[in-house]
Design a protein around this ligand. Sequence first.
Ligand code: DHK
Length: 143
Amino acid sequence: MKILVLHGPNLNLLGSREPEVYGKLTLAEINESLGALASELGCELETFQSNSEGALVDRIHSSTAVDGILINPAAYTHTSVALRDALAAVGLPTVEVHLSNVHRREEFRHHSFIAPIAVGQVIGFGCDSYLLGLRALFNLIKK
Ligand code: DHK
């Protein structure tokens, strides 16, 4: 089983970016924790971060040898029909995650274009959102 982990814009700055909102872990540290959990579960992971909407869409299109997608679309969550359409087009089970609880934040973060095509969301638990999301996606695909 192979799972593609996608990180959206500005997540490359994790660690130094608004740590009171997004936590102190860097993206490399989050990817490392995901890698450790993937080994424990016995699945393969591929991780990709981009600040560019088009690059994320292209990566989704080329996800042919992948069984599921774990995505933190970051700001594109609230703006991107293109990302949502790309995920719908490939039709892979998708779990949406967020480090912060977007519903406790500004109104513009309350709407997700991705949620209606995702199997589920895990939000508000920092790095654990990713780990819980990976576990849930793995269990779903395994069924
Ligand atoms: C990350 C971002 O960059 C924001 O634009 C989202 C999300 C929330 C997060 O909590 O992981 O609104």
